[in-house]
Write a protein of this length. Structure first.
Length: 310
């Protein structure tokens, strides 16, 4: 993963959490410049604007079926998932699958691989990972939700959305809301889409009142940079997003600076070990792994190893 792209994801995540966006994958996807059904930002219309007309396609992905291990290699070693870890969660609590929004995040993380592999390949990978994590029965239950979610994702809606014509918005919103509940059931539809629906209703009501629309997290976030006054950047964030969001973004800046510092230290240490004539390749990698273990959290190890090409 490119360093600048990583920072974009961190900042996007910070503003999504601060402003109440329903899922990090939404900002993750927008940072990649991709569309897709269900992608949402702060501008409520985007939550209903993506219908089957914008359902993602497999692009140049091969039609030949791949095994789950081949899909992992294609995405996590050779493709765009390198250095990342799945977001979201399987929503299994006390050995029972329970409705929660994190399962949608987990599904959408894998769906981002469309274009590099097919949707059938992605489904096979999700099934394999779910069953490895929670066994055959729960894995099958998770995949039953996957099938329903993908049906919602690619549903052919009767009402067509026109961003420039607000009179089309509610018809699309009401149809999508109804279809989600028909296919997923009330509990899973609420878990997956309630925040989106609430955000849209708030946004629509604000526009109808004649007030300016709320700030859109999809817009570029004022960021710290060399030569910029930190106080001025913070003030701009407060004006645009409010104090709570600005404070969250300040924390993201701190986390990013800490990450860069530790990553720079790891690069220096790896360069030192590679140039040490008294060490074998195996010894170099063992010492570097020990360094990573002591300076990075377990969920950061894969990303660091990918960035250092270990």
């Amino acid at each position: 993963m490119r360093t600048t792209q990583m920072r974009g994801w961190m900042v996007a995540g910070g503003i999504a959490v601060a402003l109440g966006a329903s899922a990090l994958w939404m900002t993750h996807r927008s940072s990649e410049g991709a569309g897709g059904a269900g992608s949402a930002g702060g501008s409520g219309w985007s939550m209903i604007g993506a219908t089957s007309d914008t359902a993602p396609q497999a692009g140049a992905a091969t039609n030949k079926a791949m095994s789950p291990d081949q899909v992992r290699t294609r995405l996590f070693k050779e493709g765009s998932f390198a250095g990342t870890e799945p977001s979201g969660d399987w929503c299994v609590v006390s050995a029972k699958l329970s409705p929660c929004p994190d399962l949608r995040k987990r599904f959408e993380y894998y769906i981002l691989g469309l274009g590099e592999v097919t949707i059938d390949d992605i489904k096979a990978l999700v099934a394999d990972e779910a069953r490895k994590a929670h066994g055959e029965q729960l894995g099958n239950e998770i995949m039953a939700i996957w099938d329903k979610y993908w049906q919602v994702r690619t549903y052919q809606y009767r009402n067509k959305f026109d961003q420039s014509d607000r009179s089309t918005w509610l018809a699309v919103f009401d149809e999508q809301k109804q279809v989600r509940r028909q296919i997923l059931g009330a509990d899973w539809a609420k878990a997956f889409f309630d925040q989106d629906e609430q955000n849209f209703k708030q946004y629509y009501a604000q526009l109808e009142s004649g007030l300016p629309p709320p700030p859109d997290p999809g817009e570029p976030v004022p960021q710290m940079a060399p030569g910029k006054d930190p106080a001025a950047v913070h003030a701009e964030r407060v004006a645009r997003y409010g104090q709570a969001a600005a404070d969250r973004l300040a924390k993201v800046d701190e986390e990013w600076a800490d990450w860069e510092r530790r990553l720079a230290g790891a690069r220096t240490e790896w360069d030192r070990l590679k140039s040490a004539p008294n060490l074998s390749d195996t010894q170099r990698k063992q010492e570097m792994q020990a360094y990573i273990n002591s300076h990075f959290k377990p969920d950061e190890h894969l990303r660091v190893e990918a960035l250092l090409h270990l």
